[in-house]
Design a protein around this ligand. Structure first.
Ligand code: C2O
Ligand code: CU
Length: 456
């Protein structure tokens, strides 16, 4: 294991101790729970029921199926988003998966560090191992340890663009029992009607604004006055960028867990597959989460913000103090100045031909890393659109963008790369196997903008 310098969390004194709420004492024996008592009404995604009585094993049954209705929609256990799966750090997770679709599928655990054979990427398995592809009517048992806390999600990794567009996704939350107990709300974002267009509208510069949150357009949640909600945003859209703003909100975590310290949010860009945890505080008045239109062909636009989620409060109460989230040293790792690999992301909407270093997957050349090393991957976007670059099985730290280090340590599994931007990533090669690395604009990935990192 690599030491991720500065990552060890400690229960930090909140910067202004007097302004912090005292966290409820952690209760290690408590079962995994959603802690959503402050959210009184609204389209809340149900948690899956843990079928294993053991305190350190969670077992869920998950069935991929077509949802009822005239148009083709996919989901899990009858809903899209599928049920939220939860575990605590260190738990063994067993997912008894059944494919009730009429097409083959898999389940990929986006952002989690699972063994390679459990990653839901069928072509990655060697000859001796099960292929991992679950045929129609088939079943597969996924089994792994939830090794770090955060907001993750699951989705197919076969026929990915089509199946995700049709609604195949859900949240996977790994809880850290040492964190303050705060009511939670999982918000899964998707854009309606982006389904597998041959020329994705967004790719032509059109702006997507038809957002659905937990399956609904502009949902309203009723929350208790005086409450704090830990909102876990997941952008499950195949191509849509959301830019989030909200009053009385602080960003507390991104893809791979808590930030070194909470930050104010100001135009938080959520690229496809990005996650963000946001502390929302409510006094006696409700609030609105807004989004801006944002084009992958050129970023933010001058169009006015649109409402994404509405909160109304029940009762009266004071705006609660901010919560004392655990803090840790946020000094970014210094850039060692060399690169183990340089990947150029190439292509254009005009051709729909997306490549890495001139090749389309599976002809791309893998990056090879020794198990236990930290390797430096430089990714240069030489195309005229943005690309959210995602790595399976491991986390990475952003060392710099166009040579400039981030203001604080930034550990992610997906990083948005602007047009002609160059990012340098320090990959923690701590998980053996062959791992996909690709753009999470799913039509781009499907068209070839994918490669692999081989850790051996
Ligand atoms: Cu969200 Cu290759 O995956
Ligand atoms: Cu892309």
């Amino acid at each position: 294991m690599i030491s991720r310098s500065g990552r060890a969390p400690f229960i930090g004194a909140c910067a202004l101790a007097a302004a912090c709420a005292t966290p409820a004492p952690p209760d290690a024996a408590a079962p995994v729970r959603s802690r959503s008592a402050a959210v009184l009404a609204g389209p809340v995604i149900a948690d899956a029921v843990d079928l294993n009585p053991d305190a350190t094993i969670v077992r869920y049954e998950l069935t991929a199926e077509r949802l009822p209705g005239g148009s083709v929609r996919y989901g899990y256990n009858g809903t899209s988003p599928g049920p939220t799966l939860r575990a605590r750090v260190g738990d063994t997770v067993v997912v008894s998966f059944t494919n009730a679709l009429d097409v083959a599928t898999t389940v990929h655990w986006h952002g989690m560090h699972v063994p390679n054979a459990m990653d839901g990427v069928p072509m990655m398995q060697g000859d001796d191992e099960p292929m991992g592809l679950v045929p129609p009517g088939g079943a597969f048992e996924y089994r792994f340890v939830a090794d770090h806390a955060g907001t993750f999600w699951y989705h197919p990794h076969f026929d990915t663009d089509r199946q995700v567009d049709l609604g195949s996704y859900g949240a996977f939350i790994v809880e850290d029992p040492t964190e303050p107990v705060v009511d939670e709300l999982v918000l899964v974002l998707d854009v309606d009607g982006e389904h597998h267009a041959e020329s994705p509208a967004h790719g032509r510069g059109a702006l997507l604004q038809d957002w659905r949150v937990n399956g609904e357009a502009l949902p309203t949640f009723t929350v208790d006055a005086g409450s704090t909600v830990r909102a876990r945003f997941i952008n499950a859209s195949s191509v849509g960028y959301a830019v989030i703003d909200a009053p009385n909100a602080r960003l507390i975590a991104t893809d791979q867990g808590l930030l070194p310290a909470p930050e104010p949010i100001d135009g938080l860009v959520l690229a496809p597959s990005d996650r963000a945890e946001v502390e929302l505080r409510f006094g006696s008045t409700g609030s609105v989460v807004t989004t801006q239109t944002f084009s992958l062909n050129g970023g933010e636009t001058a169009l006015p913000p649109e409402d994404l989620v509405r909160f109304v409060v029940a009762g009266t109460g004071e705006l609660p103090p901010v919560t004392a989230w655990p803090e840790h040293d946020g000094t970014p790792t210094p850039d060692p100045g060399y690169a183990d690999a340089v990947w150029a992301l190439q292509g254009s909407d005009r051709t729909g031909d997306w490549r890495i270093n001139g090749a389309r997957f599976p002809d791309t050349e893998p990056m090879v890393a020794r198990l236990g090393d930290a390797v430096i991957l430089e990714v240069r976007n030489v195309s005229p659109t943005r690309h959210p670059f995602h790595l399976h099985g491991m986390a990475f730290e952003l060392l710099s963008r166009d040579g400039i280090p981030p203001a604080r340590q930034t550990i992610e599994d997906t990083i948005d790369i602007g047009i002609h931007e160059r990012v340098r990533l320090r990959v923690f090669a701590d998980n053996p196997g062959v791992w996909m690395a690709h753009c999470h604009i799913l039509p781009h990935a499907e068209d070839g903008m994918m490669s692999t990192v081989r850790v051996e």
